[in-house]
Design a protein. Structure first.
Length: 283
């Protein structure tokens, strides 16, 4: 994999303090590296010498949203990819206001979110439209799809069947003109034209803090390697699912979640190194 070549991509991660250490170690395991400048006073400068930017809005405050806008705009000016992780978007009006500021000023390459966050972003974009973001949706295939306006913190309380998950990913992609990766039991990747589902992984991932945040970092890493956003998103999703599967097999359900966590990072490193040794290309 391209990451494992000398001087792998450096990702500017404006991420939340809950997952900083895991995110940094994950990127190292995958062959990249992270720098986590958070202060608005330096984020533009730091973004300039990175290959991609990750805007993770978990544990937000005014300074965080300002930093995300500054870093995102600088990345846009340089032609660098930007990945947005709208953590807990539906938890508060404050978060939604901050996300609206980011999305109105920054062109994002990938939005990586869970199903509930995806519905929240659609409500923000399509306040008066008949979409997944509203209380219910009507279409030719299904007469009525109820979507309650719930807020499960950073965890999704929504679990859609495959056809609706595809539809949700496609709508969100079209709404924000970017690639979307909606993660869950199955991941959905869409660029508005093509949509795919990624199965696999293990339910143990739901017991690991920051699994989605780390997946977002992998999306940024693949973008930083030169993959187009759609390819970057599904490659990141496949890598994360397969790493979880391998960690579960190694773990065999006989030891705790801490060991699963360690095996997960081992699996990421193993998969990335093996693909690099086989000389797989960027696209």
């Amino acid at each position: 994999m391209e990451q494992y070549k000398k001087n792998g991509p450096k990702i500017h991660c404006l991420t939340n303090p809950v997952v900083m250490q895991d995110t940094a170690n994950l990127l190292l395991a995958a062959g990249g590296s992270a720098i986590m400048a958070q202060a608005p006073e330096e984020v533009e400068e730091v973004t300039s010498f990175c290959q991609a930017a990750l805007l993770n809005t978990g544990v937000p405050d005014e300074a965080k949203f300002k930093a995300c806008v500054l870093a995102g705009k600088r990345a846009n000016a340089l032609g660098h990819p930007v990945v947005l992780d709208p953590v807990g978007a539906g938890a508060s009006r404050f978060r939604q206001k901050g996300l609206e500021q980011i999305l109105s000023q920054v062109k994002v390459s990938i939005i990586r979110c869970n199903q509930e966050e995806a519905c929240t972003l659609l409500r923000m974009k399509n306040k008066n439209s008949n979409s997944f973001g509203e209380t219910e949706m009507t279409d030719e295939e299904s007469p009525k799809i109820p979507i309650k306006r719930t807020a499960g913190g950073v965890e999704s309380q929504i679990d859609l069947e495959d056809s609706k998950l595809r539809m949700l990913a496609g709508q969100l992609s079209e709404a924000y003109s970017c690639t979307v990766l909606i993660s869950g039991k199955k991941d959905a990747v869409s660029d508005g034209k093509d949509t795919c589902l990624i199965a696999g992984g293990t339910e143990r991932m739901s017991r690991l803090t920051g699994g989605g945040c780390m997946l977002s970092a992998l999306c940024a890493l693949f973008c930083g390697c030169g993959y187009e956003p759609y390819t970057a998103a599904w490659r990141a999703g496949e890598l994360w699912k397969e790493s979880a599967r391998r960690a579960e097999m190694q773990n065999s359900g006989t030891v705790g979640i801490g060991s699963f966590h360690a095996y997960l990072f081992d699996a990421v490193e193993e998969l990335c190194r093996s693909k690099d040794e086989r000389g797989e290309g960027k696209r």
